[in-house]
Design a protein around this ligand. Structure first.
Ligand code: URA
Ligand code: URA
Length: 209
């Protein structure tokens, strides 16, 4: 059975270079989110990238600057990465949709569907070892599940049979639930990032042979 989140890829996008793909996103008018944006936010980081983080969609600061995860949630993401000795610059950071939803609402399934071919084409060029979906929208999309992030975070899954998938809480959720109590979302996230770093080191070591 086809789920809501089984979308068609666009083969023509898969033939573009990363720069061409970025240009397409910046000028995209395929969905109504394009009407409300200041600018599209394609993503940022090295190409290719061992590690890719995928959020929901740009917020206010992202829409204003054209960069992903630079507002309050992004600053928390940077701290989470640093706590495990990871640098923001070694990961590619992007979102399910590239244009800011009005009032930061969750992107609609139709919007995610329309924007997916861009992310699909990005991922083919990025060739990550690990994809980290942040929060329910991205995690449920990649796992094709309706299970909540609580049940799927902090575990390794496979995407398309080869790429490791490691869902984590969205940093915006941590901003809304800031206590560090044992077993709480912040506590678990600080564990998850260590687990992620450990696995990344392993995969990097084995690809060096
Ligand atoms: N939240 C997201 O999901 N993405 C961003 O880029 C910023 C905040
Ligand atoms: N809902 C989300 O979308 N993400 C979280 O991390 C938690 C709740």
């Amino acid at each position: 059975m086809k789920s809501l989140f089984d979308f068609e890829e666009q083969p023509d996008l898969r033939r573009l270079s990363f720069a061409e793909l970025t240009e397409r996103m910046l000028s995209c008018t395929l969905c109504p989110l394009s009407e409300g944006r200041t600018q599209a936010v394609p993503g940022e980081g090295p190409v290719p990238a061992d590690l890719v983080f995928i959020g929901e969609g740009p917020g206010e600061v992202e829409d204003a600057t054209g960069r992903p995860f630079v507002g309050p949630a992004g600053q928390l993401l940077d701290k989470i990465l640093e706590s495990a000795g990871l640098k923001r610059e070694e990961a590619y950071i992007t979102n399910m949709v590239k244009c800011r939803p009005p009032l930061n609402r969750t992107p609609k399934p139709e919007e995610v569907k329309t924007c997916w071919p861009y992310l699909d084409a990005q991922l083919r060029l990025l060739r990550p070892k690990i994809i980290v979906p942040l929060g329910n929208l991205a995690a449920q999309f990649f796992l094709k599940t309706d299970k909540g992030i609580n049940l799927i975070r902090g575990q390794f899954f496979k995407w398309e049979g080869t790429v490791e998938l490691f869902p984590m809480f969205h940093p915006s959720y941590l901003l809304r639930n800031p206590t560090k109590e044992k077993g709480g979302p912040k506590y678990l996230t600080w564990q998850d990032i260590q687990t992620l770093k450990g696995r990344l080191d392993e995969l990097r070591a084995s690809s060096r042979g």
